[in-house]
Design a protein around this ligand. Structure first.
Ligand code: SF4
Ligand code: SF4
Length: 96
């Protein structure tokens, strides 16, 4: 790799139905990459809800995969982006 690794974190909202009740990945991530946010906003007499997870500080992610391993619902997938993999393959083939 040329030092431009791009990490992608996919979150499956169908598997993680209540992040606020679980919170395991948010608590376990050593780099505090994740935040939760309400897709249904708070309003007069109405609480926020329908919470989602966002890897807001993705640039801090070290690809340790602790979040992936700790998730009881297999809702998180950490991967190197296709673009970086393509670059790595190009670099390797350039050397041969
Ligand atoms: S791979 Fe590691 S650093 Fe990255 S979001 Fe998951 S727990 Fe945090
Ligand atoms: S550990 Fe998994 S199920 Fe729990 S909040 Fe994180 S993504 Fe959702």
């Amino acid at each position: 790799m040329n030092g431009d690794i791009m990490i992608r974190i996919e979150w499956d909202e169908n598997s993680c139905t209540d992040p606020q009740a679980c919170y395991k990945c948010l608590g376990a991530c050593p780099e505090q990459v994740f935040l939760t946010y309400p897709r249904n906003k708070r309003g007069p007499g109405k609480a926020a809800g329908n919470w989602a997870i966002m890897p807001v500080f993705l640039n801090l992610c070290t690809e340790c995969r602790i979040c992936e391993e700790i998730c009881p619902e297999d809702a998180l997938t950490v991967s190197v982006s296709e673009e970086s993999v393509a670059k790595e393959k190009t670099t390797i083939s350039d050397r041969t």
